[in-house]
Design a protein around this ligand. Structure first.
Ligand code: PRP
Ligand code: URA
Length: 210
């Protein structure tokens, strides 16, 4: 049975995603848009966070009002394109711990190559949000989830701005318990493993490299 996927079809998300796709969007605007899209995906991905009533005084009365339960969160960026997403999400949940998993995709084999990993020690007690703007073959996401589970993670949601069916299937074949939250599921991969219609190389567009 395929795992859960949430596509955030909100018009604001779709508008910003189209700007992100536009080849004439430069790195500064690309970073801003990726950051804003992350907040909108996170809003959806965190819909099931639990709240508890907390007693406080407004300027008018005293009462019980919902606040986030003390459940701990972790945000994990897949380097390097996921960095802009972790910076952004920390504005919403500043108490979250942050981990980094360094992976790059070998351009010839399209296989992920791991070069770094540092995740919170108590990750087994945290709800984990794994961040990478692109879910293409799914190799990087599967490798990152493998690493997180080896470190003890039990609750993982993957936030990817753009995805394709092949990547989603690969993640769910290996990790059916991982929910994927994405702004769009594009058509396919081209012969070089790029998403079509896509937005190009996310890392290069974020940082102006080629
Ligand atoms: C890109 C992207 C993902 C990966 C997705 O990273 O940020 O991590 O490709 O592709 P996959 O689903 O086929 O594994 P890249 O390897 O270009 O590294 P970068 O973030 O350092 O640019
Ligand atoms: N990685 C990217 O940055 N873009 C793609 O289209 C596929 C993988």
């Amino acid at each position: 049975m395929p795992g859960p996927v949430t596509v955030v079809g909100h018009p604001l998300v779709q508008h910003k995603l189209s700007l992100l796709r536009d080849v004439s969007t430069g790195p500064k605007e690309f970073r801003e848009l990726a950051s804003e899209l992350t907040l909108l995906l996170a809003y959806e991905a965190m819909r099931d966070l639990e709240t508890q009533p907390v007693r406080l005084k407004t300027p008018i009365v005293e009462g019980d009002f919902p606040m986030l339960e003390g459940k701990k969160l972790a945000v994990i960026a897949i380097l390097r394109a996921g960095l802009v997403m972790s910076d952004s999400i920390l504005r919403l949940v500043p108490a979250a711990k942050v981990g980094h998993i360094g992976l790059y995709r070998d351009p010839a084999t399209l296989q992920p190559v791991a070069y770094y990993s540092k995740v919170p020690q108590d990750i087994s007690e945290r709800r984990v949000f794994l961040l990478d703007p692109m879910l293409a073959t799914g190799g990087s996401a599967v490798a990152a989830i493998d690493t997180l589970k080896e470190a003890g993670a039990r609750s993982i949601k993957l936030l990817s701005i753009l995805s394709v069916p092949e990547g989603i299937e690969k993640v769910h074949a290996a990790h059916p318990d991982t929910e994927i939250v994405t702004a769009a599921i594009d058509e396919r991969l081209n012969d070089h493993g790029y998403i079509v219609p896509g937005l190009g190389d996310a890392g290069d567009r974020l940082y102006g490299t080629k």
